[in-house]
Write a protein that binds this ligand. Structure first.
Ligand code: GAP
Length: 600
């Protein structure tokens, strides 16, 4: 990444994305639609590569994770069980003058002199009055007339066109988020706004037909947990993963694709034994021993080891597709930031050019992914709302339990009872009922039964694609056709995720033998990877176009390839490496294996 990651840099990145067809506004010919983005040819390949890499690593290369592809619209009860219908909301405020909407917690604080008014009356028509209070915040030293002008505009919207302001008084204000930072107008009181998009299922638009576009892919995994476990014959610990669209009616979509209203998620729900079961089976529960990857999963891992494991796995994934560790931040949420059911959450942040700076002046980073230890909350909620048992039978636990001494049984039963009772009480079950139900569930341990806990690594495809684009963007210098140094714009994507893997060029397009050979090479490579064939323009310019597209390798077919400079060079090509611009001579027959070794 180039050194100066500024907002100016972000503008250049956005402009490149549009010019080269990575990302552009949805419905652009109609003026666009806020919070929705389309991916052009290069962006679509990039996104596909990101998802393929994730899928390969998270399920295809593992025995303990299986995939799911569920519908976007699901039974509305799912969102009641998950809490989304009641709590998936952001505080929203509107500018009283322009009606512009803000997320209350994202309004920049402002200071100055607040001009308060108790109302206004019309100078020419005394019947027209307003008693609605209104305020304007002016930066220190600004002419009071500007506040009066704004206030008159506000009352004009209420029909008082020739307004005389009433009850003006002033007040010094520090760091207030009650005013629109753009024009100083007072904002409305915050109101909660549910972020789920509503729709109706079937031809009748009525309350009982309301359904939601899913705001996350995770809930389908919980709802299908039992079925997937059964059909895949998986035993806890194991995971179910899914990639798919999610929709959130964000109040303020912003920072290009970073906060969109339609986006894709890649989520894993990894189901584990409760610690009490692990202790019953293994005698003790392993604890994380310092920083770093804890290694291969072990039977004595409880939620802390599994959580640490997934944080480290996910960090390694980001590094494997080209995001250096120095661009990532591992942020452990503070206890007061955790959702009530979460035991720990680590946000993996990427230092985007638009990220705020911390006290040390470094980019603080913005969330790419959250890795949450969500206890047994989700499955318990679905068990409760659907009335279907979400517990599993664990043969090993049943066998181990029978061999425990009485005091161990009592300790583990008591601990499990407390955790279940706490969950029930937190979710508003009456204390006496909670105690009775928790007691019954704790007795289930002896029969090898429990509701699994879950570790959830949840990532956004679009945010990751944007991070990869920002990270790849680089301006360096390279010689032009005549050897003069010029600025080169190059997207240094890791070959694993680069949209096009190799470009194939005949040196000259008016030499049929060169073109024929180049097309043969193209067809040979196309079986294995994405290839771009280009015969238009000077070879230097063709290289530059591919540098901008982030194509890591270029293959040129020249007269040596045809054997015109000697038999030893026949059927060899020039292989150019994008970043170093180094060129080597390679046999055509060796190309597929050589390139595959670099892009896998
Ligand atoms: N199931 C947990 C869950 O959905 P989240 O933190 O709300 O957690 C997970 O979302 C990830 O989804 C985020 O880390 C982010 O990468 C992505 N994401 C969330 N809201 C988004 C938005 N409005 N636009 C783009 N990506 C978003």
């Amino acid at each position: 990444m180039v050194e100066s990651k500024t907002n100016d840099l972000m503008e250049r990145i956005v402009s490149l994305c549009k010019r080269r067809g990575f990302v552009f506004q949805s419905s652009e010919i109609y003026g666009g639609i806020n919070g929705f983005w389309d991916y052009g040819p290069l962006g679509a390949e990039l996104k596909r590569n990101v998802k393929d890499c994730w899928w390969r690593v998270m399920t295809q290369r593992r025995d303990d994770v299986v995939g799911l592809e569920a519908t976007i619209i699901m039974h509305p009860k799912i969102w009641e069980a998950s809490g989304h219908t009641t709590t998936f909301a952001d505080p929203m405020v509107d500018c009283l003058l322009t009606k512009k909407r803000f997320r209350a917690d994202q309004v920049d604080p402002s200071s100055g002199i607040a001009y308060h008014y108790s109302g206004a009356e019309d100078a020419t028509d005394s019947a027209k009055t307003s008693r609605e209070p209104y305020s304007v915040l002016l930066p220190p030293g600004k002419n009071p007339e500007s506040a009066r002008k704004t206030a008159k505009q506000f009352y004009a919207l209420r029909g008082i066109t020739d307004g005389r302001l009433l009850g003006e008084r002033t007040e010094k204000v520090e760091n207030s988020t009650r005013y629109n930072p753009e024009n100083g107008s007072l904002l409305t009181e915050p109101r909660m706004f549910n972020l789920m998009f509503k729709t109706c299922v079937g031809p009748v638009e009525s309350a009982e037909n309301i359904a939601y576009l899913r705001p996350e892919t995770a809930q389908a995994i919980f709802a299908q947990f039992k079925t997937v476990a059964e059909v895949s014959r998986q035993k806890v610990p194991f995971g179910i993963c899914q990639i798919g669209k999610a929709f959130r009616n964000e109040i303020n979509p912003r920072n290009f694709t970073f906060r969109s209203r339609e986006f894709e998620q890649m989520e894993l729900e990894f189901f584990i034994r409760p610690d009490e079961a692990v202790e019953a089976i293994c005698g003790s529960v392993a604890q994380p021993a310092g920083p770093g990857h804890p290694g291969q999963p072990q039977a004595n891992w409880g939620w802390q080891m599994w959580h640490k494991y997934w944080v480290e796995e996910r960090l390694a994934f980001y590094e494997s597709i080209g995001l250096p560790r120095t661009t990532l931040v591992e942020y452990w949420q503070k206890p007061e930031e955790l959702a009530h059911y979460a035991r720990a959450t680590v946000d993996i942040l990427y230092k985007f050019p638009f990220s705020k700076k911390n006290a040390a002046g470094e980019l603080a980073g913005e969330e790419l992914e959250g890795v949450a230890a969500r206890s047994d909350f989700d499955l318990s909620q679905h068990q409760r709302y659907s009335g279907k048992a979400m517990g599993v039978f664990d043969e090993e636990l049943k066998t181990a339990w029978a061999k425990l001494d009485a005091s161990k049984k009592e300790t583990l039963t008591q601990r499990y009872f407390e955790s279940r009772r706490n969950y029930l009480v937190k979710t508003n079950v009456d204390q006496a009922k909670a105690e009775a139900q928790a007691r019954e569930e704790a007795a289930g341990l002896a029969r090898g039964s429990y509701v699994p806990h879950v570790i959830e690594p949840s990532a956004g495809v679009d945010r990751l694609a944007l991070a990869l684009i920002c990270n790849a963007y680089c301006e360096d210098t390279a010689p032009d056709e005549k050897g003069k140094m010029e600025t080169r714009l190059v997207m240094r994507f890791h070959p694993r995720i680069a949209p096009t893997k190799v470009a194939v060029f005949p040196l000259l397009k008016n030499k049929p033998e060169l073109v024929k050979k180049a097309q043969e090479v193209r067809d040979l490579l196309r079986e294995h990877m994405t290839v771009f064939y280009d015969e238009a323009g000077a070879i230097g310019r063709r290289y530059r176009r591919q540098d901008e597209a982030g194509t890591p390798f270029g293959v040129t077919i020249d007269f040596d390839t045809l054997g015109e400079q000697g038999a030893e060079l026949k059927d060899t090509v020039t292989l150019r490496e994008r970043d170093s611009m180094k060129q080597t001579r390679v046999k055509i027959a060796d190309l597929p294996a050589l390139l595959l070794g670099k892009i896998r």
